[in-house]
Design a protein around this ligand. Structure first.
Ligand SMILES: NC(=O)C1=CN([C@@H]2O[C@H](COP(=O)(O)OP(=O)(O)OC[C@H]3O[C@@H](n4cnc5c(N)ncnc54)[C@H](OP(=O)(O)O)[C@@H]3O)[C@@H](O)[C@H]2O)C=CC1
Ligand SMILES: O=C(O)CCC(=O)C(=O)O
Length: 434
């Protein structure tokens, strides 16, 4: 295991924007300047607390051993234990994990949760492995992380290509390393578990529901109705599917979808549950859905629509496609889907962006509810979960929207300012800084 601490990122504003880390740093600096953040706190928040890299061997179905690389970056824990997902994807590396961990710090703070930010994952393409291999990989990864995770220290959750099954394997492996009397008391080492194993009813839909709520709140502020609004979704996984489901239920129309295999469109509307059922018998993919037409991937983001929901990878909206985007609203289901250059173009064009740390925060809020449920030995009903989520999301949206109007800044900068100020307050109250 390699633990790297205190490596200054040493980035300047003149550096060309490349990876997700550049985006999150630029966003952070811009908000830090706006609130005149104390230089000491700026220094602390500019770097990650801990970076854990593990290499671990796993026996494959054919008897060969493969060595995997896993990451867990713990950015900041001033407000509470590190919290954030684990991603299984070929693009997972230390830079991505750092950026995603930082976004989690801001997201947890903005939502008013008692959490810091962490993120990680394994660099692999899960479609190349059997279910049995993925289980062994997950259990070995958990074992390799050891006490770097824990229910009061660092609490992983699902992200791209991980789900409730992955979380159940992690919980089971982690609990088996504890003394017998402490095992079940440790099930909140992860959230997003299956509802029969300590999971929260509704955690599956929490992120997508939160995306929908943010769009609904935005529409209400602008005296608009969701009825017949056309929307497009990149990524039809957990976030993309549930956001589409709730939008459709409220009268909006899905007109284009993209996943890792390709894109489809139908200006008359694509039925969300029919598409979902089709993916279940089509290796998870939307491509070939009989009630839609194929669409060139390059034309996806520039499709005619009112609302665009990127709900897949980072850096998807850039200076290349931003000038041609037709949507009036971008609701960021994904983390970091809009890069800094793309965002400048969108803002100049009068397009509103509901930023990731607000828009997709329903997931971590749902995770917090699950963690509380486990900690307190409670079982919450779905209706209770959804109404609590609704209330928390509304509070966050109103805070950000009002601050952005008051300060005449965009929603992302407003969200960052609020999030960073809360962390600054914690440091100041502890008496570390003037
Ligand atoms: N799950 C959660 O609770 C939360 C997730 N998020 C963020 O939301 C985003 C989506 O996560 P989630 O829904 O959980 O992940 P899933 O793994 O459930 O779904 C990911 C989706 O993205 C698609 N995708 C992958 N690569 C591409 C690509 N190159 N072009 C187009 N589509 C692509 C996948 O397609 P295919 O199926 O074909 O591979 C799949 O439809 C991520 O950015 C994640 O960090 C944010 C907050 C919470
Ligand atoms: O549920 C969580 O703890 C975090 C989910 C996540 O990874 C995210 O919000 O990006």
């Amino acid at each position: 295991m390699t633990t790297i601490t205190a490596e200054l990122h040493n980035r300047t504003k003149k550096k060309p924007i490349k990876g997700m880390m550049d985006n999150v740093m630029e966003q952070f600096y811009s908000a830090a300047d706006h609130i005149e953040l104390h230089p000491n706190i700026r220094k602390i928040l500019s770097i990650t607390n801990n970076e854990i890299i593990v290499h671990f061997p796993v026996k494959m179905d054919n008897g060969d051993v493969e060595v995997f690389t896993g990451y867990r970056v713990q950015h900041n824990n001033a407000l509470g234990p590190y919290k954030g997902g684990l991603r299984y994807h070929p693009t997972v590396d230390i830079d991505a994990a750092r950026a995603l961990a930082m976004w989690m710090t801001w997201k947890s703070s903005l939502a008013g949760l008692p959490y810091g930010g962490g993120k990680g994952g394994i660099q692999l393409d899960p479609s190349k492995y059997s279910a049995g291999e993925l289980e062994r990989i997950t259990r070995r990864f958990t074992f390799a992380l050891g006490d770097n995770i824990g229910p009061e220290h660092d609490i992983p959750a699902p992200d791209i290509n991980t789900n409730s099954q992955t979380m159940a394997w992690i919980a089971d492996t982690y609990m088996s390393t504890r003394p017998p009397a402490e095992r079940t008391a440790n099930q909140h080492v992860v959230t997003g578990k299956p509802d029969g194993s300590g999971g929260l009813e509704g955690r599956d839909r929490a992120t997508g529901y939160g995306v929908f709520l943010n769009i609904k709140f935005w529409a209400a502020r602008n005296n608009e109705s969701l009825s017949n609004k056309k929307f497009i979704v990149q990524g039809f996984g957990n976030v993309g599917y549930w956001a589409s489901h709730f939008l459709e239920k409220n009268g909006a129309k899905l007109v284009a979808v993209q996943d890792a295999f390709g894109s489809i469109r139908n200006t008359n509307g694509i039925n969300v549950d029919d598409l979902f059922n089709y993916t279940q018998v089509n290796n998870g993919s939307i491509v070939g859905f009989p009630e839609a037409f194929d669409l060139d991937n390059e034309k996806f983001f520039t499709s005619e629509c009112d609302i665009c929901i990127p709900a897949a990878l980072g850096n998807q909206i850039t200076r290349t496609n931003a000038p041609k985007i037709k949507a009036r609203l971008i609701a960021e289901g994904a983390n970091g889907p809009t890069n800094v250059e793309g965002e400048k173009i969108l803002i100049d064009r009068g397009i509103t962006i509901i930023p990731d740390i607000l828009c997709n925060s329903g997931g971590v809020i749902g995770s917090y509810f699950e963690w509380l449920q486990n900690r307190n030995g409670e079982l919450w009903q779905l209706s209770e979960v959804m109404s609590k989520l609704d209330k928390k999301m509304k509070e966050s949206f109103d805070k950000v929207y009002d601050f952005s109007e008051k300060e005449r800044i965009d929603l992302r900068k407003a969200a960052y300012c609020i999030a960073i100020k809360r962390i600054e307050k914690a440091y100041v109250q502890r008496g570390i800084f003037p």
